[in-house]
Write a protein that binds this ligand. Structure first.
Ligand code: GAL
Length: 433
């Protein structure tokens, strides 16, 4: 079974935060929900879909889904409510105010795990067991992924994909010129490689974007320095944030940043990834949505660029999954279910994930339908230990993520690692159940 260990940990963490208990959802015989509904052409009317896949390579995935949707449900009109900004950096605030004001979209993007539990706890989304069961339930989605979407037997969203957040994307020509021929095994080895890249004339060996990309980099370093079990324990009250591994990670984080560009808060991830594509940096730590950016710029995997687990994290798969919800009070719930059927169908997952860089949440989409990077990600997801992403809602609630982001952002100004650790300790005390 895929990712068994993590899902148990993260579900427990998420549900502890939500103050709920989970029960196993029922599964039923797969029924061709999408195709039977498609015969009738869909519910009709506008279907407003809220994401942060607003432009560039991010939008290509949404476009692929929209195409499937309009083909299967010609009666429905897709209304794109996307708000630009990677990781929902702008979208989440707009979504929160729309939900609070009783003006929900027909469906919105939420991360499996702790983030989704926030919406469930606030009563902002309603169960979609009928859709998930008709799509095949646990026969086509890993039960432990469904558990991250489930409270008291109610399933609250349809997962579209699984992304990996601990990937280094590196420019091969830049590394060759610097004489760096192998990928570093530890953060310290990686720092030594960065020094070589810098000596070869690249001012910023490591590229970073705005705050959430820095949080993601920090989470990678935490995984490297704490290891799987201690890292997972940070979210289940088993590892105190005062643990020495957090201090080591804060120190390593500062050393890595000494090799990085100085971004503004709003700088988005494509700019940072493009620095690698354009040879202005050797390395960028980014989720595998970056694959879509390399594809969009006609770069070839293993020739122009390489991608591998962040040094020190090999054997861990830093997990996040996008999933789509049915908000309470949605104007067109039947149309929203047509959208959810599209996302959850095998053909929808193939079209979307090919364009997005992620791997299907469904287990019945053949790996051979995907190119080399994604085949490798699928194999890692099966073999590796699974750890939840902080920056992308799997490990922590929206509020906790926001407090960690504030701590990291403050650190960028002060570079005071002691204060970073004490801010992280305070954030855990405030947010952990
Ligand atoms: C994540 C999301 C991904 C990708 C990324 C960058 O939060 O789950 O699908 O969009 O942000 O925007």
């Amino acid at each position: 079974m895929i990712g068994r260990k993590f899902f148990a940990v993260a579900a427990a963490a998420a549900l502890a935060l939500a103050g709920c208990s989970s029960t196993t959802s029922s599964s039923s015989t797969p029924a061709p929900a999408a195709s039977s509904a498609a015969k009738s052409g869909g519910a009709g009317g506008d279907v407003g879909v809220f994401t942060w896949w607003a432009d560039g390579s991010e939008k290509l995935g949404l476009d692929a889904l929209q195409k499937e949707f309009t083909t299967n449900y010609p009666n429905d009109k897709f209304v794109n409510l996307a708000v630009a900004g990677g990781a929902g950096s702008n979208a989440k605030a707009k979504l929160a105010s729309d939900l609070a004001n009783g003006n929900p979209p027909d469906s919105f993007q939420g991360h499996a795990g702790a983030e989704l539990q926030d919406y469930i706890r606030k009563g902002q989304i309603v169960p979609v067991n009928d859709v998930v069961d008709a799509l095949g339930g646990s026969k086509v989605f890993p039960q432990n992924l469904l558990d991250l979407l489930t409270v008291k037997g109610n399933i609250y969203s349809v997962p579209s994909n699984i992304h990996r957040a601990n990937v280094v994307w590196a420019n091969k020509a830049v590394l060759d010129k610097a004489g760096v021929t192998t990928s570093a095994a530890t953060i310290d080895d990686w720092l030594a490689d960065m020094a070589k890249v810098k000596s070869s004339g690249v001012a910023t060996p490591l590229s970073i974007g705005g705050t959430w990309t820095q949080v993601q980099l920090f989470e990678n370093v935490l995984i490297a320095d704490c290891g799987t079990d201690k890292y997972n324990g940070l979210f289940t009250n088993k590892t105190p944030w005062t643990d020495a591994c957090v201090t080591t990670a804060a120190d390593h984080f500062g050393k890595l940043l000494a090799f990085a560009n100085t971004p503004s808060d709003g700088d988005d991830w494509p700019g940072a990834t493009d620095m690698v594509i354009d040879g202005k940096a050797a390395y960028n730590v980014m989720g595998d949505w970056a694959l879509a950016e390399f594809n969009a710029k006609n770069k070839t995997y293993d020739k122009d660029y390489v991608a591998y687990p962040t040094p020190g994290t090999k054997g861990n798969f830093d997990f996040l999954a996008d999933s789509f919800t049915l908000p309470k009070g949605a104007k067109n719930p039947a149309g929203a279910k047509d959208w959810l059927n599209t996302i959850g169908s095998a053909s929808g997952q193939k079209a979307f994930n090919l364009a997005k860089g992620s791997i299907p949440a469904r287990t019945d989409v053949p790996a051979s339908d995907f190119p080399a990077y994604q085949q490798g990600a699928m194999a890692s997801f099966k073999a590796d230990k699974i750890v939840p992403s902080i920056a992308h809602g799997a490990a922590v609630s929206l509020a906790w993520n926001s407090d960690i982001s504030t701590a990291v952002s403050k650190y960028m100004g002060t570079k005071d690692s002691k204060t970073l650790v004490s801010d992280l300790v305070a954030a855990a005390q405030k947010n952990q159940a």
